[in-house]
Design a protein around this ligand. Structure first.
Ligand code: COA
Length: 198
């Protein structure tokens, strides 16, 4: 059987029921497989209601973009589609709502968004992380809420210092370590960011 065909798909801000169900499944899988990659836990999100999952996708100052894998059946009669990765990009309004602190060097004068990315282990190393981050960069450039259209924006990520695959991916795309100041760096994590031109 041939390998899957991959695509990148942005979940609409008025999601259908199938979006909500698949998003919940993917997010819970990610929390179970790589708990250290998120500022949340599997147990906490397992108890979320359908309406809470829907509300997550409905926010206007946020993008949820998924990677899909399409497999053809062995008889080549039908296709199966699976969600295998995602990026979430949060704009400044929603970050403020969550009480999220970004490095002071970024707060001063520049507009910013924050991202988190995850790919299912069976589909890593196929360029999906890179594709999702490019899509997240496009959203950040275009997002009205992130800042006036003429101003440049910074896309940020907080990463565990020992997460070599992630740091290598971000560096290869042009992300740089952020000049850190007091209180922004923990023993285990560091920040990276990229200024985006239009
Ligand atoms: C980090 C992660 C998103 C990378 O996704 P991916 O789809 O495997 O990455 P890609 O295939 O797009 O790789 C792009 C580049 O990243 C780097 N990279 C990816 N995996 C790597 C690895 N295991 N070791 C070293 N570099 C790696 C390489 O530079 C690669 O470019 P190349 O293929 O030209 O060598 C994925 O490993 C993941 O989901 N990890 C668990 C969750 C996580 O850590 N998220 C980040 C939290 S900050």
């Amino acid at each position: 059987m041939d390998g899957p065909t991959y695509a990148v798909y942005s979940i609409p801000t008025i999601p259908g029921q199938h979006h909500i169900v698949q998003y919940k499944d993917l997010r819970l899988q990610a929390l179970q497989i790589d708990p250290q990659s998120f500022s949340s836990t599997y147990e906490r999100e397992l108890s979320m209601t359908y309406d809470q999952w829907r509300a997550r996708l409905q926010s206007r100052d946020k993008a949820t973009i998924v990677a899909t894998a399409s497999f053809q059946s062995s008889e080549r009669l039908s296709w199966q589609h699976k969600w295998v990765g995602m990026i979430t990009v949060l704009g400044p309004k929603i970050l403020k709502q969550f009480g999220f602190t970004v490095p002071r060097s970024v707060q001063g004068g520049s507009h910013y968004a924050f991202m988190g990315v995850w790919i299912h282990p069976s589909h890593r190393g196929k360029g999906l992380g890179r594709r999702l981050i490019s899509a997240g960069m496009d959203w950040t450039r275009a997002d009205d809420e992130t800042g006036p259209p003429e101003e440049r924006r910074t896309l940020l990520i907080q990463v565990m210092k020992d997460n070599k695959p992630a740091i290598s991916l971000y560096s290869s795309m042009g992300f740089q370590s952020i000049g850190l100041d007091e209180g922004n760096e923990s023993d285990s994590t560091t920040w990276m960011g990229m200024r985006l031109d239009h």
